[in-house]
Design a protein around this ligand. Structure first.
Ligand code: ZN
Ligand code: ZN
Length: 336
């Protein structure tokens, strides 16, 4: 089959690989649409721990084409998406419903072969039916599930004012999820005016162009109850406390390169009782994510900006690096 393989940092190839075989409790899926994520770019750039060589891609949907003999809940022909997380289910974290902290945590597209391929084989327990959703919507369930996990971690109360840095796909999903939770004012900051205009068309109330003048601008307008980073840029993350009210919350959602450092004034955190939250991956968020999309509460397809053939992976990575795209979807077969 054809697949994208990251052989070493900076080296991604669209190439021929052996077809994966299906174990007794596994399912083979013909991938129809796969989303390119910041994590894929970090893996490609050697900034995220991954098992190379690797077929990346942890956000994908497709059609079931083969099932193992012990599979009972999935059938050939099903339209599905996949929770990429593979915990061991035996360690103390797994046994206390914190599977994402599992010592042997693995994930399709990070440490196991992922969805940037014509075919992917996954465990039956990772498969979720998408019913009548499109494959493009199906490929966006994983990022939405991560967003819902972040919402659980940080909580949003009705009437709160939220500022999100980054009006890319994650920022836009976070914005919609905060609105569902009852946020009264949603603001987004980004470097690209076009992305901010688009965010406004999706219901974001206020937008700010990120510049050195922003802290003053926000101080005059009034600071926020919750400030979220959806950029993964250390300099942006470093500045977040400037925008949050006394007693407010900060959420690190974007993935900064591993090992980066930022300056934080502990006196400021102490005096203003700031609360800083991290959120990693997801935990049992797939069913709610699918339900929100099915009921039309979340417009996930709006965050798609580019659709490319899987063979155009290098172009896709370049587009992503330029940061003026939103979600880029890759298609192993027919373009959606
Ligand atoms: Zn992702
Ligand atoms: Zn475990």
């Amino acid at each position: 089959m054809e697949a994208v393989v990251i052989k070493s940092p900076g080296k991604a190839e669209f190439t021929q690989v052996e077809d994966p075989s299906v174990g007794p409790q596994e399912v083979a899926i013909a991938v129809k649409a796969a989303g390119l994520c910041g994590t894929d770019l970090h893996i490609y750039q050697g900034e995220f721990p991954a098992s190379l060589p690797l077929i990346p891609g942890h956000e994908f949907a497709g059609e079931v084409i083969e099932i193992g003999p012990e599979v009972t809940t999935v059938s050939v022909g099903d339209r599905v998406t996949v929770d990429p997380t593979v915990p061991c289910r035996r360690c103390p974290f797994c046994k206390s419903h914190k599977e994402h902290f599992c010592r042997q945590f693995k994930a399709y597209g990070v440490s196991l072969p992922g969805g940037f391929a014509q075919k992917v084989v996954v465990k039956e327990e990772n498969v979720y039916s998408i019913g009548g959703l499109s494959y493009e919507q199906g490929a966006l369930i994983e990022p939405l599930a991560c967003v819902l996990h972040g919402m659980e971690i940080v909580g949003v109360d009705p009437g709160e004012e939220v500022l999100i840095f980054g009006a890319g796909p994650i920022g836009l999903l976070l914005a919609q999820a905060c609105k569902i939770k009852g946020a009264s004012i949603l603001a987004a900051a980004d470097l690209f005016q076009e992305k901010l205009d688009f965010a406004q068309s999706l219901g974001v109330d206020e937008t700010f162009c990120n510049s050195p003048a922003l802290p003053k601008q926000v101080a005059e307008r009034g600071k926020f109850d919750l400030v979220i980073d959806a950029t993964g840029i250390p300099q942006v993350v470093e500045a977040l406390p400037k925008y949050v009210k006394d007693g407010g919350r900060v959420l690190y959602f974007g993935v900064c390169p591993q090992g980066t450092q930022i300056n934080l004034d502990p006196f400021d955190v102490y005096r203003r009782e700031l609360k800083i939250f991290g959120t990693f991956s997801l935990l049992a968020n797939f069913l709610p994510a699918i339900s929100l999309v099915k009921k039309g509460r979340m417009n996930v397809e709006a965050v798609i900006s580019h659709k490319l053939a899987l063979s155009e992976i290098k172009q896709a990575l370049e587009l992503m690096r330029d940061r003026d795209s939103r979600k880029i979807l890759l298609f192993p077969g027919e373009l959606g």
